[in-house]
Design a protein around this ligand. Structure first.
Ligand SMILES: NC(=O)c1ccc[n+]([C@@H]2O[C@H](COP(=O)([O-])OP(=O)(O)OC[C@H]3O[C@@H](n4cnc5c(N)ncnc54)[C@H](O)[C@@H]3O)[C@@H](O)[C@H]2O)c1
Length: 448
């Protein structure tokens, strides 16, 4: 006799409550690894899946490859039964599988879902009844229903279907966006509410049950598409507001007004204003990328997302604006950029993290080199840097005692361990794109 969704849901709930449920996390990156550790801390047996065998080996040896996660946390998880594998066959032993793989843009600035589809195709043959599959990767509304569900249904040989109600049998599917803010320690991960949207109410309930064990609050929305859109709204809100202050910074510079002073004054308003800060351009896996997932999808509905496009235009221009300021600052000292020695401070896309994906520093270094500057960098989080999908640097971090040798120091990432007063006092010229030198009164600083 086939079991109904009610039987399966009751059993999955019981296994979650008793911590017998086995949790598989696919993609052991910045999102998946911390999530795996949270479940492990909560006494679940966790398996980490990744196609990168180096990561799998490191994890199984109790080592970490993410700076803010110490090896001791991996070792503790190992003692609680956590292990990693490249073998998808182990999916068949999982009660819950959570997908945290990359969702980048391709060279035409369109969604690249190949990591998601590759993962789902690998999972499908190992599906079993009553299993819960959750997508966490940021993506456009419709991905879970239009891409994930069909691949799972077509890819299993035993004809399993999504169980959308309490009488159906099959497996459950949900979407739950990741809300991590790397480097932000003001809110404990557990206290960030977790949004979930299921393919049907039972899937939503199951996703809520499992996340409810590691998050203080779950927020259920009516569908995976609503959950997918929630994540995009959050990131578009940031992208548009950052573009607004980036544009206002350029105006304020012409008007000789300090925008940082203005923002500090505005944020004393107890309602209706949230502070965003200008910078040298967007970075990271989310803000520069996610909004374009929606712009792309909107075209299917004959709709242009003009705010997103305008914000993208302003933010993409920022590294060029920095270069203009470096050129101008050097020329004020009677020097040309071509042939000058420039030290870029900070490769990471934001303060105190070890992630350089989409970092504006990469564009700034490339533009400086194109204009004939001799460029070096310093970043305590990257002693060396090789090549990535969009850059080839092959450089080593320059020690800060060599600051006086450079014609210009460009502060791109305001890591908190830099001693800015000392850097300014030894530098010939400092171009500060982050207001990191705030409060330091010196004639060799150009803030932009
Ligand atoms: N990093 C963040 O701060 C953050 C915040 C919110 C949301 N997100 C979203 O979460 C998702 C994951 O981001 P991330 O930063 O963890 O990426 P990441 O690149 O750090 O990690 C992804 C991991 O997935 C692995 N992988 C790729 N294809 C695979 C496959 N077919 N099977 C198994 N493993 C595979 C990679 O080897 C890598 O280890 C993205 O959609 C991203 O937009 C990231």
């Amino acid at each position: 006799m086939t079991s109904t969704s009610l039987d399966n849901a009751t059993e999955l709930k019981r296994r979650i409550a008793s911590r017998e449920a086995r949790i598989g996390i696919v993609g052991m990156g910045y999102v998946g690894l911390p999530l795996a550790l949270l479940f492990s801390e909560e006494r679940f047996q966790v398996t980490g899946f990744d196609v990168d065998s180096n990561k799998v080996e490191k994890l199984n040896s109790g080592d970490s490859y993410i700076v803010r996660i110490p090896g001791t946390e991996i070792q503790l998880a190992r003692e609680n039964g956590f292990h990693a594998t490249t073998d998808y066959a182990a999916v068949s032993q999982m009660d819950v599988v959570i997908i945290c793989v990359p969702t980048p843009l391709n060279e035409y600035h369109e969604p690249d879902l190949s990591y998601v589809t590759g993962t789902v195709r690998s999972i499908a043959p190992h599906l079993h009844e009553g299993q819960l599959i959750v997508l966490e990767s940021t993506t456009y509304p419709g991905t879970t229903e239009e891409v994930v569900v069909p691949l799972l249904e077509q890819g299993n040989a035993i004809g399993l279907r999504v169980a959308r109600d309490i009488v159906a049998s099959g497996f459950y599917v949900a979407f739950s966006p990741e809300r991590e803010d790397p480097g932000n320690d003001t809110v404990a991960r557990r206290d960030i509410p977790k949004v979930v949207g299921g393919c049907g109410p039972v899937a939503a309930e199951m996703a809520s049950e499992v996340y409810g064990t590691i998050f203080a609050r779950t927020v259920r929305v009516s569908s995976p598409a609503a959950a997918e859109m929630t994540k995009l709204l959050e990131n578009i809100y940031r992208c548009v507001n950052i573009a607004l202050v980036n544009e206002l910074k350029q105006l304020c510079m012409r008007m000789d007004i300090d925008l940082f002073e203005v923002i500090d004054a505005a944020k004393t308003k107890p309602f209706g204003f949230q502070a965003f800060y200008p910078g040298p351009g967007l970075g990271g896996h989310c803000i520069p990328i996610d909004p374009f997932y929606l712009s792309w999808k909107a075209r299917e509905f004959d709709f242009r997302t003009r705010f997103i496009e305008l914000a993208g235009e302003v933010n993409l221009e920022m590294p060029y604006f920095v270069i203009e300021n470096v050129v101008e600052a050097l020329s004020q000292q009677g020097k040309a950029l071509c042939g000058s020695r420039v030290l870029v401070l900070g490769l990471a896309y934001k303060r105190d993290i070890d992630d350089l994906r989409e970092s504006p520093s990469l564009t700034i270094i490339e533009l400086l080199q194109k204009r004939g500057a001799h460029v070096e960098y310093n970043d305590p989080f990257f002693p060396t840097v090789g090549k990535g999908r969009k850059y080839v640097l092959n450089m080593t971090s320059t020690p800060l005692d060599r600051v006086p040798e450079f014609d210009c120091i460009v502060i791109v990432t305001d890591h908190s361990q830099y001693d800015y007063a000392s850097i300014v006092s030894r530098a010939q010229l400092v171009v500060d794109t982050r207001n990191a030198t705030r409060g330091i009164d010196a004639t060799n600083i150009v803030r932009c």
